[in-house]
Design a protein around this ligand. Structure first.
Ligand code: PLP
Length: 393
């Protein structure tokens, strides 16, 4: 559609397709397949499907296509492919690119399932994966060689919110001829400028901020038309990780309010970070939006925001952290993020429970650490809930 639309206009209208009924809201095409007017038409469509022509929902569907076009416009890529979950997006982006004998360089601080795909799945098929400390450019320089096929990182790590310098790492990767795949979930598509900063492929779990209400698993891979349709799509459509039309409909509606929600959550995150910093029961606050954060300048240049999550450490270790969690009234104990409801997570005993102690230590996952995903509640109510629970800790 039009290239001049600003983000909020794109998020409401981009990619809309209306049937002959002229429905206002996006239709859910809950259909596995499509009927051809003639045998000749079927043959022609299998030879080359046009813009508004579909063959099978695993290959594409009008509702899913609306979601793909809307998110591609937002991210600033030529195209996108919607997937059944964030992990289908991550594994598809990686698996469609590599072959046995290739080398991949990745940051070490990864979502557990991303680590499994890189270590176990790629490893099993003969791909060599080198892990580096994502914030240390010298380690990237040393690990990326002319034989490197792809570079992978989460632009903001979980749970300690460490940033990878997308521009600098992309320059290192491109000089070696490697493709840059960026998992941008924590940065959100609203604060992302990853493509402008050099990433070739940007991956989201749309389960998080895009859904925004904790309803459905989904994911999306954004990139050039060449990459999405020639490299990724054949892999995805034949291996089966496509998004369901119902999820696409939910996540399309999530996109309409995404800008408003992410900005409101980030405003609250900054207020909460400041309140926690001032609290005597808190020993450390990690929020890249705070001027004292070691990567504050990078966060502002890369995202223009500190994001929607705040991580902090409660004085008194695991016992105090559990007392804090159990005393919360508004914030929920869970492990999703980007939800309208504020969510508090204790990484050491949940999301990162299985990591060996030395890796927990290396990633800064201490017994008192809490990760907060700020929701859409009133910031004052949330601060009262959090500080009240801290007193109980
Ligand atoms: C949640 C998440 C994923 C996986 O997404 P699912 O939708 O749960 O499959 C991948 N990467 C990051 C950074 C995530 O937070």
């Amino acid at each position: 559609m039009t290239k001049d639309w600003k983000t909020r206009t794109q998020l409401v209208h981009e990619g809309s397709r209306r049937s002959q009924y002229g429905e206002m809201a996006e239709a859910i095409f809950l259909t596995q397949g499509f009927v051809y007017p003639s045998a000749e038409a079927a043959e022609a469509r299998f030879l080359k499907a046009g813009e508004d022509e579909f063959i099978y929902a695993r290959y594409g569907n009008p509702t899913t296509r609306m979601f793909e076009e809307r998110i591609a416009a937002l991210e600033g890529t030529e195209d996108a492919f919607a997937t059944a979950s964030g992990m289908a997006a991550v594994s598809g982006a990686l698996m469609s690119v590599v072959r046995a004998g290739d080398q991949v360089v990745s940051s070490r601080a990864l979502f557990g399932s991303c680590l499994y795909v890189l270590e176990e799945v790629l490893g099993k098929f003969g791909v060599h994966v080198t892990f580096v400390d994502g914030a240390d450019l010298n380690q990237w320089r040393a690990a990326v060689t002319p034989g490197t096929k792809a570079v992978f990182f989460e632009s903001m790590s979980n749970p300690t919110l460490e940033l990878v310098d997308i521009r600098a790492v992309s320059e290192i990767a491109h000089a070696a001829g490697a493709i840059v795949i960026c998992d941008n979930v924590f940065a959100t598509p609203i604060f992302s400028r990853a493509v402008e900063q050099g990433a070739d492929v940007v991956v989201y779990s749309s389960t998080k901020h895009i859904d925004g209400q904790g309803r459905a698993l989904g994911g999306v891979v954004c990139g050039s038309r060449e990459f999405v349709r020639k490299t990724l799509e054949p892999y995805m459509k034949h291996t089966g990780g496509s998004m369901s039309p119902f999820t696409a409909w939910l996540h399309l509606n999530g996109l309409a309010t995404l800008d408003l929600r992410c900005r409101a959550m980030a405003d609250t995150a900054l207020q909460v970070a400041r309140a926690l910093e001032a609290h005597p029961k808190v020993t450390r606050v990690i929020y890249p939006g705070l001027p004292g954060h070691p990567q504050h300048t990078l966060a502002m240049a890369q995202m223009g925001s500190g994001g929607t999550l705040v991580t902090f450490e409660v004085k008194g270790g695991k016992e105090a952290a559990f007392r804090f969690l159990d005393a919360l009234e508004i914030a929920k104990i869970s492990n999703n993020l980007g939800d309208a409801r504020t969510i508090a997570t204790h990484p050491a005993t949940t999301t990162h429970q299985r990591l060996p102690q030395n890796q927990k230590d290396a990633l800064g996952i201490t017994p008192g650490l809490i990760r907060l995903s700020l929701g859409l509640e009133d910031a004052g109510d949330l601060i009262a809930d959090l500080t009240g629970a801290l007193s109980a800790a």
